[in-house]
Design a protein around this ligand. Structure first.
Ligand SMILES: Nc1ncnc2c1ncn2[C@@H]1O[C@H](COP(=O)(O)OP(=O)(O)O)[C@@H](O)[C@H]1O
Ligand SMILES: CC(C)(COP(=O)(O)O)[C@@H](O)C(=O)NCCC(=O)O
Ligand SMILES: [K+]
Length: 246
């Protein structure tokens, strides 16, 4: 068994990888003060993994905390994945491949393994990242926007907008709280819809949407066309790599 760990800027997600079998394990906050304790409470009882594969986009300190915990618990090799120029049929669009977030890279790897066709990966996490993969496995680039919580935190930090964001049904609202909710939601939905329109024109075909991340389920009703909800695409990408690694 290999242990897969996705360290995002809001949450750490983990899973078990065995040949032909991927099992989601759990999630906990990406918080330095509680990280080791959360690893202990969620993963300590696992059988000793033969390896730990990590995707980390939350900085070196979080990565070190997880690696130190795993090394102390099992004395097992901890491998931090890096974005590459190409791998497993996917070609990175970045001229400097290592600069592409490794979560986005592993999302592309996971998407290609699932679909082997043109797809648009929408990852609704701390950031809202959208990446386009063409029918030949070429990454055509992507965009990085604010996630829902990030927008909420930024806007409600303004004194005039402080307080609860209240979900509503209208687009145009006559009270501050629902107006915030509508603006935040459609900022994300607008970016997604713009991306999908441009993707269809660029590829001359409508790519399937792979929707992932903590806000995926919430955004799903607002996205037209073929959409597949994949709660943890980064972990699926790590599983694809794990199955190919010795
Ligand atoms: N239990 C949860 N804890 C924290 N955020 C959650 C939770 N469930 C859903 N979310 C939403 O998901 C987002 C984080 O998604 P996630 O994909 O875990 O982000 P990242 O990969 O950037 O850490 C948060 O911004 C929040 O809006
Ligand atoms: C943009 C991100 C921080 C998203 O992280 P997340 O929302 O998953 O926490 C991550 O993809 C990243 O570190 N990207 C590096 C810059 C780039 O991809 O161009
Ligand atoms: K993301």
């Amino acid at each position: 068994m290999k242990l897969l760990i996705d360290i995002g800027n809001s949450r750490v997600k983990w899973a078990r990888s065995e040949p032909g079998r991927y099992t989601f394990g759990g999630a906990f906050a990406t918080d330095a003060s509680s990280l080791a304790g959360a690893c202990e409470s969620q993963m300590a009882e696992l059988p000793r993994p033969e390896a730990v594969l990590v995707s980390n986009v939350a900085g070196a300190r979080m990565g070190r905390l997880v690696a130190d915990w795993a090394s102390a618990r099992w004395a097992v090799p901890v491998r931090f994945l890096c974005s590459e120029a190409s791998a497993m049929g996917v070609v990175n669009a970045y001229p400097d491949p290592a600069r592409l977030g490794v979560d986005r890279w592993l999302g592309l790897i996971g998407a290609w393994r699932m679909h082997r066709d043109a797809c648009c990966i929408v990852s609704a996490g701390t950031a809202l990242t959208i990446d386009l993969l063409d029918g030949e496995g070429r990454h055509r680039g992507g965009v990085i926007g604010p996630g829902l919580s990030l927008m909420r935190t930024a806007l409600t930090s303004l004194e005039a907008l402080a307080g609860e964001v209240e979900s509503g049904n209208d687009f145009f609202c006559n009270r501050t709280a629902p107006a915030l909710s509508s603006g935040i939601l459609y900022s994300a939905v607008g970016l997604i819809r713009e991306s999908l329109g441009r993707a269809a024109r660029l590829l001359a075909t409508e790519p399937v949407v792979l929707l992932t991340g903590g806000d995926a389920a919430m955004l799903r009703p607002y996205i037209e066309g073929p959409v597949q909800l994949v709660p943890h695409l980064v972990l699926e990408g790590l599983h694809a790599v794990a199955e190919r690694s010795p």
